[in-house]
Design a binder for this molecule. Structure first.
Ligand SMILES: [Zn+2]
Ligand SMILES: [Zn+2]
Length: 136
């Protein structure tokens, strides 16, 4: 496939210091209701889309925070926007925060994770997609 056949999606943090470009389509996506994502984002639910790690190019790498052994959350060192989640157990993929895309509308998260810890008001969102009590 030539590069022109593969859709390009751009995104970045709030201040623009960290920008990325990703080619192709996500291999998955989720709305995560876990307590760590709440702390990381400061919001009630975190939505991610998963891409092959080698599909993403960064103008400047996000700063990593190791939130659990081998699990890294990437953020902008200037404005603090949370951008990524990745695990060394699955180094071939990276989760990008849906809201960091310049145009998030092409993507759909297919499942809810950690519904067992979802805040009131979130558990009935989009009953047509899969729900998991914990991570899938
Ligand atoms: Zn920033
Ligand atoms: Zn989470």
């Amino acid at each position: 496939m030539s590069p022109t056949d593969s859709p390009l999606h751009s995104g970045g943090c709030l201040c623009g210091a960290v920008r990325f470009c990703v080619s192709g389509e996500p291999t998955g996506g989720n709305h995560c209701h876990c307590g760590m994502c709440r702390k990381d984002s400061g919001s009630g639910v975190s939505t991610f889309v998963t891409f092959p790690a080698n599909a993403v190019t960064w103008d400047r790498n996000p700063t990593d925070y190791e939130s659990s052994p081998g699990k890294y959350r990437g953020f902008c060192p200037k404005c603090g926007s949370s951008l990524t989640w990745r695990s060394v157990e699955d180094a071939n993929t990276i989760d990008l925060r849906l809201g960091s895309f310049d145009d998030p509308t092409p993507f759909k998260a297919q499942k809810h994770l950690w519904i067992s810890t979802a805040l009131s008001g979130f558990s009935k969102i989009d009953p047509d997609i899969d729900h998991f009590d914990q991570g899938s």
